[in-house]
Design a protein around this ligand. Structure first.
Ligand code: C5P
Length: 285
């Protein structure tokens, strides 16, 4: 069984409060994009999971694919043997949800091999314990997410265009990015911040890019731009080349740019590659 694990970008990401358990409440609009890893699953005679990959990443139990499989088998109490081949294309520590996408694909594959034992909702519950973005990656598309990302509402997105996603060499650790926000926003502890994604949601529903452009936001962008100055450079280069909007995704440091004109997207791709960025041209799915 072969499954694509799609990356995500955040079109809106506000962090509203710090919770007792150390996690943060978010209000975020997540969007699946066509940049994807490919996972091929086969049944084996043994018990548990064996992972092979062409990427430079651990294949032991620290990998989110193995953690997802272990969480699945812990829930059913009936482990079977699977081998997984992972073709890694989504950059890691990039804010693109690559690890969560792989975990989500693993849960979906195991559930199918197991006669669809669990509903999508139940699968999301298992996924939430593996990583905050896993439930979104199970459902995909365009979702308004709250809580730590697990409370989802499907929303329409009629915006169109070519997406360019670019990333500099050095990744960002999600917990470190959250700590930087804690330092900057003292009001997390005092009742929290208010998020207002409604103007963006309306513009997305009608496909009005002019109305959407000033509404895209990511609270992480300012703090991560200080840690990784190439984030600002990439964003400015995209805007200079005609992007209608450009914004960091998740806790960074990848940046997405939306282009109405394909030639401009290609010109941006070349300029970004010339400054050493890894670049992917893709689209919303
Ligand atoms: O769930 P995930 O493994 O993606 O989260 C990594 C870390 O990021 C968490 O341990 C936590 O420190 C931080 N985090 C958070 N609030 C969220 C998601 C992640 O504080 N909503």
């Amino acid at each position: 069984m072969e499954l694509k694990a799609y990356a995500k970008i955040n079109l809106y990401l506000d962090v509203t409060a710090k919770r007792q358990d150390g996690y943060h409440d978010l209000v975020t609009v997540m969007q699946s994009v066509s940049l994807a890893d490919t996972l091929t699953f086969s049944r084996t005679a043994g018990e548990g999971i064996v992972l092979h990959t062409d990427g430079a990443l651990p294949t032991d139990d620290s990998n989110l694919i193995c953690r997802a499989a272990n969480a699945y088998f812990a829930r059913t109490g009936k482990p079977f043997g699977i081998s997984v081949d992972l073709e890694k294309r989504i950059p890691m520590q990039a804010g693109l949800g690559g690890g969560s996408a792989d975990a989500a694909a693993t849960l979906k594959a195991l559930n199918q091999m197991d006669g669809n034992r669990f509903s999508v909702q139940e699968l999301c519950e298992i996924g939430a314990a593996v990583g905050a973005d896993v439930p979104f990656c199970i459902v995909g598309g365009t979702q308004l997410c709250r809580g730590i990302g697990e409370v989802m509402e499907s929303v329409p997105n009629r915006l169109t265009g070519t997406l360019v996603i670019a990333i500099g060499r050095e990744g960002v650790s999600t917990p470190v990015a959250f700590k930087e926000l804690d330092r900057k926003y003292d009001d997390f502890k005092h009742g929290g911040r208010k998020a207002c994604p409604s103007a963006l949601l309306k513009a997305m529903q009608t496909g009005d890019i002019t109305a959407a452009t000033p509404q895209f936001m990511n609270l992480f962008e300012e703090v991560v731009c200080v840690m990784r100055p190439f984030v600002g450079e990439i964003r400015n280069l995209m805007l200079k080349n005609g992007a209608v909007a450009a914004m960091m995704s998740g806790s960074g440091p990848s940046v997405w740019g939306l282009f109405e004109n394909e030639q401009q997207a290609e010109a941006a791709q070349q300029e970004l590659q010339a400054i050493g960025a890894r670049v992917f041209v893709c689209h919303f799915i």
